[in-house]
Design a protein around this ligand. Structure first.
Ligand code: UT7
Length: 318
């Protein structure tokens, strides 16, 4: 027994910030951001926490699926930008939903949605659950170094969610993790222990070596996608849509050229939402679902990559 997606939801804060708006506070311009990243505008929270956004996306997904919150057996959530380490974001969402099922956070940065689907698949396989809520939610604006123009124009806020039920939609996934602090790093504050010997402390915000991340991302998206398709006997021709993590439009364009897969097969919405890390794939799925783009039986490929460094690619039948 595996699972199928019963419904999708998303929430983005109402505050829309364009490239022109950003150029008022930092030395950048619309032309550079559009050409190098493909973002035109993004949403930033003025009040909502990551948990609040996740809760709102969860409500939308529950409504879309016709599942009541009380039916949930498990809530999985991911966020690198939750306001508290404890309670976890999944606990916060559960509390707001007023239910008492098991909850768990998964920390795999931008790849977390795929890691959560694989985790959910394990619970379904063991027949421990019938209905599962999966949420990716980020308030990355609180982790942005607003003096670093190479990151503050990319990252954004938002949440996406799916409700899963018993079925045979989930096919397989591959994962690749290379642990290390060098390429992408979001340090926590070191604290004030009188015993800890302090060294060079980095600011608790997103540090990213952009070009190294870019190369890793293109390699990962291509390798993981080919691997998961081949080992399940599929080719790119069988895939209705590739729904990748939305990190940079040029990463998607490079992958499309390298794999010789037409650009039209890749769903892209980074122009309107920026890079929302763990939320980007479920936000894209919700848009596609509500636009009526997804037909029952469509094969979807979901490649993701980011901090860890971690990457993954899932195969899902709609
Ligand atoms: O979601 C997690 C995974 N993340 C990713 O996959 C992100 C991967 N990396 C990237 O998307 C790109 O590397 C960035 C968008 C972060 C940066 O783009 P880049 O094309 O790699 O630019 P760069 O950092 O090599 O900088 C090139 C030039 C520099 O100027 P000089 O030194 O050549 O004069 C930068 O100062 O572009 C300049 N630059 C900017 N100019 C205007 C960097 N950021 C900006 C900016 N506006 N916002």
């Amino acid at each position: 027994m595996s699972f199928s997606v019963l419904g999708t939801g998303m929430y983005v804060p109402p505050k829309v910030v364009t490239n022109d708006d950003l150029s008022q506070i930092i030395d950048t311009n619309d032309e550079w951001i559009m050409q190098r990243v493909g973002i035109h505008e993004r949403h930033f929270s003025e009040q909502e926490t990551a948990a609040e956004m996740g809760y709102r996306a969860a409500l939308a997904a529950l409504e879309n699926s016709g599942v009541r919150a009380e039916e949930l057996d498990l809530i999985l959530a991911a966020s690198v930008s939750g306001e508290t380490i404890s309670p976890s974001v999944s606990c916060e969402i559960q509390g707001r939903l007023g239910v008492s099922c098991m909850t768990m956070d998964i920390n795999a940065a931008c790849s977390a949605f795929d890691f959560m689907l694989e985790t959910a698949a394990g619970f379904f396989a063991r027949k421990k659950v019938k209905k599962v809520l999966v949420v990716g939610t980020e308030r990355l604006s609180r982790l942005i170094d607003w003096t670093d123009r190479s990151t503050c124009v990319i990252f954004a806020d938002g949440a996406g969610a799916v409700v899963l039920g018993e079925g045979n939609g989930y096919i397989d996934a591959v994962f690749d993790v290379k642990g290390g602090l060098d390429v992408i790093n979001i340090p926590q504050p070191v604290g004030s222990s009188p015993y800890y010997q302090r060294g060079q402390e980095r600011k608790p915000c997103i540090h990213m070596r952009g070009q190294d991340t870019f190369k890793f991302a293109v390699t990962a998206i291509c390798r993981d996608s080919v691997q998961v398709l081949e080992r399940n006997g599929f080719s790119f021709d069988d895939v209705a849509y590739i729904v990748p993590h939305q990190a940079n439009k040029r990463i998607i364009d490079f992958a499309s050229a390298k794999l010789k897969v037409p650009k039209e097969k890749f769903y892209v919405n980074i122009d309107r939402f920026g890079n929302t890390s763990s939320a980007s794939i479920p936000i894209a799925l919700d848009e596609m679902n509500r636009r009526g783009m997804l037909k029952k039986g469509d094969l979807l490929l979901l490649p993701a990559f980011g901090g860890g460094l971690a990457s993954a690619a899932c195969l899902l039948r709609w």
